[in-house]
Design a protein around this ligand. Structure first.
Ligand code: NAP
Length: 487
């Protein structure tokens, strides 16, 4: 179905552009341009919060905290359930909005609506399952009562690459636990979060429980919020350097933090792998979200006996992908987020080829407007190449070979990051050994995607602290209190 210019204009017109504080939309004199990365054109202008307005949002969250924590769990769950239903009813609008401001193809944006909405459904169910323990002390006499309580007001900072799901993955568990939230989306993709704030209000979220601030000065606006003793939780998804800085700022108030940071995922293909399955998995692990995912396979580590066949099959599939504006029919690869992203990917590929890597497909920018990069497969990449150490965040698959399983696993773990690893083998014992040996928070065994609202998403090492989703997800927003009772 072709998306018309009128449909785009009508959709953008309907999205609020102010700050959302205490249930009110507030305009600001200064605004931020939101650009369409497929065209470079300005889509909309949104409010640009000052540090003072950031504090007003925290004031609103603090003021609403007590009542929200006292709301019946069933009621909190019903509101989240309503939000899930509304998101599904408006899936087409949310998908188009994400495609316009972020660039991903419409089919993928629809997939993100399904995935993102699922966090509201999952946590609507978790809201009524928060429980504690009662036990007798080992020495007898004293009784031990353990209860869970909402941690308190939350500051949630989200990135541009999954504009909806990174928000719902934080807002869902926070609301279910009884916490109020200030959300700060990335300045490049604020429209989805602003539309979500409107939807949450319709679902019945009371004023002040969810507040949204957009700003071009994320550091200056965030730091006073993080250093304020009334804030009790920081949840951040973004790059490792920014995450490190925020952990330092959080130390002052000894804030509870969740950090979903960068990745450098290894994708291991063993000699006994089913190569067609491995290529299908590689297409997902590499090309989902144009390669702009923290879970994107960054290093293809392939056994030397199957490397050539794997590379040729992958290059054939990646080379055949349709690149273009995400709203066009059949497009599978949209633009990168901005010019800096194109420059970074181009520089990483140039560094690899300068060091001897061979290009099987791609390795070039495309089009005369927007930020398009051709799906690229590189072989013979020396392990000294920059793209093995850095997140590529683009549609580039570099392949390196190994000869023994130990060498493959050692290569996979040779990074400061530890978000996810993928492994393809038909040997069950090997699969388990590899899953245990990978220094990552998540492993995809014979599959190229691990994201699932019912699973604990998160990393180890420099990839983060804490988990989002699954039974673990709500724990990040709860404190444990123990009461000793003398009988
Ligand atoms: P980023 O530059 O770290 O930005 C992430 C968020 O932090 C944005 O909202 C950004 O706002 C804000 N920010 C930047 N500097 C800040 C500061 N000094 N104080 C407070 N907030 C600040 O990362 P990105 O480039 O948007 O996103 C890509 C990164 O996110 C990648 O490294 C990717 O791996 C990671 N990521 C991780 C996960 C995960 O679950 N582990 C999921 C998705 C993405 P502005 O942009 O408006 O300044």
């Amino acid at each position: 179905m072709t998306v018309t210019a009128d449909a785009v204009a009508a959709l953008i017109c309907g999205v609020p552009t102010g700050l959302f504080i205490g249930g009110q939309w507030i305009d600001t004199p200064e605004t931020i341009d939101v650009e369409n990365p497929a065209t470079g054109e300005v889509l909309a202008k949104v409010a640009d919060a000052t540090p003072e307005q950031g504090m007003l949002a925290l004031d609103a969250a603090v003021a609403a905290q007590k009542d929200w924590a006292a709301t019946d769990p069933r009621e909190r769950g019903e509101i989240l359930r309503k939000a899930f239903e509304l998101l599904h009813a408006r899936a087409d609008d949310f998908a188009l909005l994400m495609t316009l401001e972020m660039g991903k193809p419409l089919a993928e944006a629809r997939g993100e609506v399904t995935y993102g909405a699922e966090f509201f459904r999952w946590f609507s169910e978790e809201a009524v399952r928060i429980s504690g323990r009662y036990s007798v002390a080992p020495s007898g006499g004293t009784r031990l009562l353990t209860m869970k309580q909402p941690v308190g007001p939350v500051y949630a900072i989200t990135p541009w690459n999954f504009p909806l799901a990174m928000g719902t993955r934080k807002i869902g568990p926070a609301l279910a636990a009884g916490c109020t939230v200030v959300v700060k989306p990335a300045a490049q993709t604020p429209l989805t979060t602003l539309a979500l704030a409107g939807l949450l209000t319709e679902a019945g979220v009371p004023a002040g429980v969810v507040n949204v601030i957009t700003t071009s000065r994320s550091g200056a606006v965030s730091e006073p919020i993080i250093r304020d003793p009334r804030l009790r939780k920081l949840t951040f998804t973004g790059s490792t350097p920014v995450g490190r800085k925020l952990i330092e700022q959080s130390a002052q108030q000894v804030l509870k933090v969740s950090m979903e940071l960068g990745g450098n995922a290894p994708f291991l293909v063993f000699a006994d792998a089913d190569l067609d399955k491995a290529v299908a998995g590689a297409m997902l692990a590499k090309m989902r979200n144009i390669g702009e995912a923290c879970t994107a396979a960054n290093r293809f580590i392939v056994h030397e006996s199957v490397a050539e066949e794997f590379a040729l099959k992958l290059a054939e599939k990646m080379g055949a992908m349709k690149v273009g504006p995400g709203i066009d029919d059949g497009v599978q690869v949209g633009p990168l987020i901005d010019r800096a992203a194109i420059e970074k990917v181009s520089a990483l590929v140039a560094d690899a080829t300068d060091r001897g890597a061979k290009v099987l497909t791609g390795a070039k920018t495309l089009g005369d407007k927007g930020y398009f990069y051709a799906p690229t497969v590189l072989t013979d990449v020396p392990d000294s190449a920059d793209l093995f150490a850095e997140e590529i965040f683009g549609p580039v698959a570099p392949i390196i070979t190994f000869s023994s399983d130990e060498e493959g696993i050692a290569l996979a773990n040779r990074t400061e990051f530890g978000l996810v690893g993928y492994a393809f083998t038909e040997n069950l014992s090997k699969a388990i050994r590899v899953a245990e040996a990978l220094e990552t928070g998540m492993v995809g065994l014979n599959q190229g995607i691990v994201s699932n609202p019912a699973a604990p998403f998160g990393g180890v090492k420099a990839s983060g602290i804490g988990r989002e989703g699954g039974a673990e997800g709500i724990e990040e927003y709860l404190e444990t209190k123990y009461v000793g009772i003398a009988l």
